[in-house]
Design a protein around this ligand. Structure first.
Ligand SMILES: *Cc1c(COP(=O)(O)O)cnc(C)c1O
Length: 357
């Protein structure tokens, strides 16, 4: 049976990227060696990382003055790399959930941290808006898509101080005005590649301003100077990013992707809003295009345990909600085809037909 992969991360990738990855594992570009066994300093891999970087810049419309890095350690390592490099006195964080809170906690090791806004009062079901941003912050940190709660900023906010964003789960899903950000980072495994590589987009002129000594592996300037090859980079994941970005370009880039993502999300949210058995958890205006969170509607709570196996029997994978919010979460990242979203909707309709009171 066809599987519909709604996993939150690691997650679905374009079929063509996986096909090409499988081929490259056996014989990379006909050189008689696997991508897994060649030097990161070989001319073959240099071409891969150069193209991945160029596509990253092109597709995200990254202005001059910014660098793209591919590092190890996951987004969680960036939680401390960011303050290590940027926090001299005081930083501001918007608390929109678990990931934001973890980032904040790490920053507190490096200086004063203020929570500029929070949606914790309503279990992170919305994105705080209209909050004042103190001008004496070294930077303001936001999490643009809250993977666990299904909330997302739909615009790039204006900040009087350097804006830093964790875009782990919505990078390349919508056009971004990169010029509004000083630094953007994320783990690749939600939208652009397998686990094991972390992307960092950094404006060079924000670096070198803290007085503490920086370990070489932490200092972004070292990675910039060495083109992400200060040490051995995650070679294979970077190869898969290149394949994913080639695919993204082939379908028309981020604008085209955004249009498709809005269509896919609308199909699912419409069903959630119209099906009497289900209801969404995030406030409508902040609903994520990537992670769609929902629960059983009032009066139908007892069916929750039944819906999961029902959906699984019909090929749905990974729709169990995060343990912190319960219910269901369908992650519909870039590579998720519309047909899979429709399959989930059909499954919800079928379930409702059986159980509607
Ligand atoms: C998954 C996720 C993380 C954690 O990423 P790791 O690469 O596992 O460290 C951080 N932030 C957000 C928004 C995420 O979705």
């Amino acid at each position: 049976m066809k599987k519909h992969n709604f996993s939150a991360g690691p997650s679905i990738l374009p079929a063509i990227a996986m096909e090409n990855a499988a081929k490259a594992v056996l014989d990379f570009d006909g050189i008689g060696l696997s991508i897994l066994e060649i030097s990161h300093r070989s001319k073959e891999f240099e071409a891969v990382i150069e193209e991945a970087t160029a596509l990253f810049k092109e597709l995200l419309n990254i202005p001059d003055g910014y660098q793209v890095l591919f590092l190890g350690g996951g987004a969680s390592t960036q939680f401390f790399h960011v303050p290590y490099n940027l926090l001299e006195k005081k930083a501001g964080y918007v608390n929109t959930g678990v990931w934001a809170k973890k980032a904040l906690k790490e920053a507190a090791n490096f200086g004063e941290v203020v929570t500029v806004a929070s949606s914790e009062d309503k279990n992170f079901t919305y994105i705080p808006k209209g909050f004042a941003i103190p001008s004496d912050l070294d930077y303001l940190h936001i999490t643009t898509n809250n993977t666990i709660y299904g909330t997302e900023y739909h615009t790039d906010i204006d900040s009087p101080v350097t804006l830093v964003a964790d875009m782990s789960s919505d990078i390349f899903s919508r056009p971004v005005d990169v010029s509004k950000y000083g630094l953007i980072y994320g783990g690749a495994q939600k939208n652009i590649g397998p686990a094991g590589v972390t992307f960092v987009v950094v404006k060079e002129d924000i670096l070198g301003k803290v007085s503490r000594p920086l370990p070489s592996m932490v200092d972004y300037r070292n990675h910039i100077k060495n083109g992400s090859m200060f040490n051995t980079p995650p070679v294979f994941p970077i190869f898969v990013i290149r394949e994913t970005l080639r695919w993204l370009k082939s379908i028309g880039g981020v604008e085209a992707m955004y249009k498709i993502n809005k269509e896919k999300a609308a199909i699912l949210y419409d069903e959630i809003d119209n099906n009497p058995l289900f209801k969404g958890t995030a406030v409508k205006e902040d609903r994520s295009l990537m992670n769609v969170c929902f629960v059983m509607n009032d009066g139908y709570e007892e069916l929750a345990a039944e819906f999961l196996p029902f959906a699984q029997e019909r090929g749905m994978v990974g729709i169990k909600g995060h343990r912190l919010v319960g219910g269901f979460r369908a992650s519909i990242y870039n590579a998720m085809p519309k047909e899979s979203v429709q399959a989930l909707v059909d499954c919800m309709k079928e379930f409702a037909k059986l159980h509607k009171k």
